[in-house]
Design a binder for this molecule. Structure first.
Ligand code: DAH
Length: 345
């Protein structure tokens, strides 16, 4: 019988050197030391040997076992130290805040939340109420009731995250705050003067002007005798109230399925105050959002008589507003939670 115990020990050490976690280690320990292992079979075949050989080989097997045991213990210690270091690194808390000053810094709102609150304040001051809708919506609220039937080409304007709930593509993360218009109109009280802020989702790759998770504020007015002039006036009042007296708005023809006519609204570029710069492509204007007169098909979807009532709606990005107001070159900082950025604002 040939027990090449040196090779057994060497193989064991080789195998150990590739192991990086404790579970694998205990599995390997079993393989190396169990009755079925090479060492185990060697030990059980001792019984068949004459007494003198049995003693000699038995001692060698015991030596090999001890060597493997100590290699196992060594590896265990190494893994434990490494795991502990990794855990400590992962648990590390950024205490820069505390190092910078002996008095604890006071927390404050995130810039997006603050912008949202300020926008709400402006509209509340103009007589609007604030309503919220769910972030998980159905296709009906997000698209159909807004006059965007399935397969309508305009769906391409919103790259949608669908949820694996119910029939395929019936439940989704809202791509804009416009579905909340439908919910507010459905609630049945007229007239309506409401703004609806909230988080939205689109399958967009983040870049300096887009985030896949972002915030919008929607506006909706439904009353008797509401005209396009009321829309333009409301947008202008809001623009000067929020951005300051030197910043104005203008409307340009556009298309949205839920408004007719539709427009996009632009404000004076806040970077160059309208004289033209790279940010505004030398036009002096920056696009902020969309707007228009509520489409009769939308009124029909919620049972409002469009012969009697007219209305306007608008929607724009809260993050974009913060970007323009605070001249933030890259929007991604809004998501990164870097303390050095957040503490400035
Ligand atoms: N929901 C549109 C979007 O996210 C923006 C918008 C356009 C909202 C026109 C409106 C509107 O209320 O009337 O692209």
């Amino acid at each position: 019988m040939d027990y090449n115990l040196e090779i057994v020990v060497q193989d064991a050490k080789d195998a150990l050197s590739t192991i990086d976690d404790l579970e694998e280690l205990s599995r390997l320990r079993n393989n190396l030391l169990s009755k079925k292992s090479q060492l185990g079979t060697a030990r059980s075949s001792l019984a068949t040997l004459p007494l003198d050989q049995r003693r000699e080989i038995g001692a060698k097997i015991e030596l090999a076992r001890k060597e493997i045991e100590s290699a196992l213990a060594e590896r265990r210690q190494l893994i434990e130290v490494r795991t502990r270091k990794e855990k400590l690194a992962a648990d590390e808390i950024d205490i820069t805040e505390w190092l910078e000053s002996s008095t604890p810094a006071r927390g404050h709102q995130h810039i997006v939340q603050r912008t949202r609150d300020e926008l709400e304040d402006v509209f509340v001051g103009m007589g609007f109420s604030v309503n919220e809708g769910p972030e998980v919506e159905t296709d009906w609220y997000n698209f159909e009731a807004l006059n965007i039937p399935p397969a309508h080409p305009a769906r391409g304007m919103w790259d949608t995250f669908y949820l694996d709930l119910g029939e395929p593509e019936t439940v989704l993360l809202r791509t804009h705050t416009s579905p909340t218009q439908i919910r507010v109109m459905e609630s049945g009280e007229l007239p309506i003067y409401a703004v609806m802020p909230g988080r939205c989702y689109r399958r967009d790759t983040p870049d300096s002007r887009h985030l896949p998770i972002f915030h919008q504020i929607e506006g909706l007015v439904v009353d008797i005798g509401i005209s396009f002039a009321n829309l333009a006036g409301t947008i202008e009042d809001f623009t000067t109230a929020y951005f300051g007296a030197g910043i104005h708005s203008r409307l340009r023809p556009s298309y949205f399925p839920f408004t007719e006519p539709s427009a996009e609204f632009e404000i004076t570029c806040t970077i160059c105050a309208g004289s033209g710069c790279r940010t505004c492509s030398h036009t002096g204007w920056i696009e902020l959002g969309g707007c228009g007169m509520v489409h009769p098909a939308v009124f029909e979807a919620v049972g409002i008589d469009s012969k009697r009532w007219t209305g306007f709606a608008f929607g724009f990005g809260i993050d974009r507003c913060a970007q323009m107001r605070y001249q933030i070159p890259d929007m991604r900082v809004l998501m990164e939670n870097d303390y050095r950025f957040m503490k400035q604002l």
